[in-house]
Design a protein around this ligand. Sequence first.
Ligand SMILES: Nc1ncnc2c1ncn2[C@@H]1O[C@H](COP(=O)(O)OP(=O)(O)OP(=O)(O)O)[C@@H](O)[C@H]1O
Ligand SMILES: [Mg+2]
Length: 491
Amino acid sequence: MKGKTPKSKARGRGRGRGRITGGADTSSSSHPVAMETSDLTVQLEGVTLLRPSTRFQKLLEPSCFPEPEEQQSQERDFILSQDFFCTPDYITPDAPQITSYLEFDKENVCPKSPEKSTVARSKRYKRDLSPDAPQSTNLASQYEPMEITLDASSKDGLDKSRSPMDDSQKKHSYVSQSAVALRCRVMPPPCIKNPYLNVASLHVDAFCDRRSKLSGFSPSVGGDGLSRYRTDFHELEQIGCGNFSRVFKVLKRIDGCLYAVKQSIKQLHNETERKRALMEVQALAALGSHENIVAYYTSWFENEQLFIQMELCDHSLTITKNQAPKCSEVLEMLYQIAKALNFMHERGIAHLDVKPDNIYAKSSTYKLGDFGCATLMDHSLGVEEGDARYMPNEMLKDQCEYLDKVDIFSLGMAMYEILKGTPLPESGPKFYSLREGKISLLPGYPVQFQNLLKAMMDPDPVKRPSAREIIENPIFDKLCPVSKTQSKSKQ
Ligand SMILES: Nc1ncnc2c1ncn2[C@@H]1O[C@H](COP(=O)(O)OP(=O)(O)OP(=O)(O)O)[C@@H](O)[C@H]1O
Ligand SMILES: [Mg+2]
């Protein structure tokens, strides 16, 4: 067992034991793979990024990478600078723009809330593209603040802070433009209502951060300066907590949509820890979009923690009650997660932490998440195994040749656990017998299905089916004909 304990995983995420090679993608873009080096240089303006590519990206864009000799010299110059991730100007419009659309109170330098009518006007401008048409440079006019239920006192507070000044006051305003810009940066903007979404169920006091700012509390300023998290998102509630991260349901102020933001619990003090943590987002970004993989949007470092903005799902499949689900449901889970694994394995990436906690349900779709242990199947990035309860023997013995088959074993174990409705053993004779292929019968479930699970949990990795073989198993023709037809048309 080599001291590996179930749950408290031996994996690093900051204390990686795997050999980490290649560069880190330091982009906060949601599609860093598609970004050329030259584009990065332009976007980053003055920020030195000596090696913008990753090993995961190499899978997709081999031409972007230097040849081995050149690579060697570049690896010495590898920079993963905190400065790169902390870009305090990311929301700061040019000073002239700010002054053009804000009005200031002598006491409180706060942006004036945009008027509803202005929004309508700006929409009309969009349609009128003639050269004579008036061009709006008014940033505020593009956004409509979310209509929210404010109590009387808070409304007063806001109105007061935004009371218009008369002309003479404006003329004699002593607030410098730089002070204005600074205040605007630390003041989170209001949440914008997204007209394409039905937000009736979203009872959010979108101005609460602004009010607390006015009353002297400054939630958008963290220990290390401005908080991108607080500025861009309105935190609604904590929805999950793992060994390494906390996950929050958030409302993104600018688009009015809900997301999940995962924050590392531990501060990542050194570059090795940050590089290790980044591998999760690099894998997600390199994989791109798949309906059964949780969608990744962007990531950044803040206060030495990694923040990852992702698609929000309903819940994970964590075993919480002694209740076995229907066979058809489990088949659906197995089929959909096998599709995610097939997609990853075909791109040379193994997950290595497949378990119910890391499978999320969103309506009737199941999505694989938590790519903190993901690695390249050719072993070039090192191996950090996930939760030992779901690991096959060869992984626990550090004799793992086929990393894709580790995922197959873990998926088999996860499905077995869900079917049983009771948590898997963490140690003891049962723990070992499961790894020797001694799996107890599951009464009431089709023999064909039980045989498939048994094959997935075979002690010999070579005998385990591949993800593709699983999704092609005829059992899914019989039990989930609709799902199978839908996914075939998308493949
Ligand atoms: N996109 C999401 N939508 C909804 N819930 C999520 C999402 N991402 C994570 N969660 C919840 O947060 C929990 C912890 O997230 P995650 O597994 O990514 O953290 P972790 O620290 O890497 O966990 P682990 O202990 O498995 O290493 C998940 O089990 C799940 O319940
Ligand atoms: Mg997890």
